[in-house]
Design a protein around this ligand. Structure first.
Ligand code: GRF
Length: 216
């Protein structure tokens, strides 16, 4: 199968990037990471990419103050230079402008550490604990112009335990993030995803209707 060229946008530690790289190496994802771009010069994600001989660049937002569109155009230029077909946001801590969305319509994914539409935005594990939900999880979705509002591709659910802290819950969710992002990319690469309104369906997949969870 042809490998889809992906561009990964990061700001920090890059554990999702690492999982994608590892799953590609294992042959579970038919993709090639063509470029990693960070808005932070010291993002560990850049080092992770370089260790695997993946082109990794820092595109600073300085000089683009109040000009989000211009900054995103600079990203688009870099992505196009590397022949990127699918853009994956993985801990990229900036709000995306229409410039990037229009350049990659239906080809821009994000991962969020909550079961959207619950708990969009930041500090979501804290919010989930404070709200007292019994389950949380993670979501991979297409990016639209809202904050964490785009059509949902895949979700994974984890239980929230009575003695959970923000850290322990984040860790449990992160382990699932590392699985579902690669799965979403593979579904995309295989051309199996169809977006109809807000609903995304994946052809050829089978979901057991026995997948119920009860907690406690
Ligand atoms: C993840 O929790 C992701 O869901 C969120 O930011 C975090 C990034 O972690 N968008 P990492 O940089 O991939 O380790």
């Amino acid at each position: 199968m042809k490998k889809i060229r992906i561009g990964v946008l990061v700001s920090g530690r890059g554990s999702n990037l690492q999982a994608i790289i590892d799953n590609i190496k294992k042959g579970e994802v038919s993709a090639e990471v063509a470029i990693v771009i960070s808005d932070q010069a010291d993002a560990y994600a850049l080092e992770r990419a370089r260790k695997h001989a993946i082109p990794a660049v820092h595109v600073s937002a300085k000089g683009y103050k109040n000009r989000r569109e211009d900054y995103d155009n600079a990203l688009v230029q870099e992505l196009r230079k590397h022949g990127v077909e699918l853009v994956c946001l993985a801990g990229f801590m900036r709000i995306i402008s229409p410039a990037l969305i229009k350049a990659y319509p239906g080809r821009l994914l994000n991962i969020h550490p909550a079961l959207l539409p619950a708990f969009p935005g930041l500090h979501v594990q804290k919010a989930a604990l404070e709200h007292g939900v019994k389950f949380s999880g993670c979501t991979v979705h297409f990016v639209d112009e809202g904050m964490d509002t785009g059509p949902i591709i895949i979700q994974a659910v984890v239980p929230v335990l009575d003695n959970d802290t923000e850290e322990s819950l984040s860790e449990r969710i992160l382990a699932q993030e590392h699985k579902i992002y690669s799965r979403a990319i593979q579904l995309f690469a295989e051309g199996r995803l169809k977006i109809e309104g807000r609903r995304v369906t994946a052809s050829g997949g089978e979901t057991s209707i026995d997948k119920f969870l009860i907690n406690p």
